[in-house]
Ligand binder design. Sequence first.
Ligand SMILES: CSC[C@@H](O)[C@@H](O)C(=O)COP(=O)(O)O
Ligand SMILES: [Zn+2]
Length: 205
Amino acid sequence: MTQWEELADVKATLAKKGWFPATSGNLSIKLEDSPLHALVSVSGKDKTKSSPEDFVVVDRDGKTIESSLKPSAETIIHTRLYEVTDAGCILHVHTVENNLISALYKDEGQATFTDHELLKAFGLWEENAALTMPIVDNLHDLPALAEEMVRVVTPETKAILILNHGITVWGKNAFDAQKNLEAAEFLFAYRLAQFKYNLLKREDV
Ligand SMILES: CSC[C@@H](O)[C@@H](O)C(=O)COP(=O)(O)O
Ligand SMILES: [Zn+2]
């Protein structure tokens, strides 16, 4: 399978889940480390549809290579994260659940998840494992947003929430990134259900 096909596969899977509402979301896969080249989704497309113009190659400055297609407006987030993490694939989706979690925990600046089997999807196998996702403000200056995301990354970070906007998740390859995203969205839905059924109070977590 080519990297284009891998990324197209992930895009189709996420689209089926309804995770690209109103053309939102973007995704990329790293083609080359040095100099950085990545395949990134074209801006503003209906991501439930598939076409030969879905992705475009960009360099570290987010410039396209031999193409007039417009890469994602958030390309700079992808390129900067490739520079500072071991990501091989980066996914960004807007869901009601990830937006609610970002709003619920914005004052803490992070959301933490413990005591759940799905933490193992993130490679966290220890009994008392905790997964922390930083939450950043939804800066409309995208280079500034990318720098803020780079600033909050630690070696353990696999996902960052952008307040009332969405989540950016990565993994060492497309399979890993999709696994991390699905696990994160499950943990969000579970946390929200815990509040809904009064299994948890806001002050508890
Ligand atoms: C249509 S609202 C969403 C956009 O503003 C943006 O946040 C987004 O996720 C998609 O932008 P795109 O340029 O298509 O990659
Ligand atoms: Zn977005």
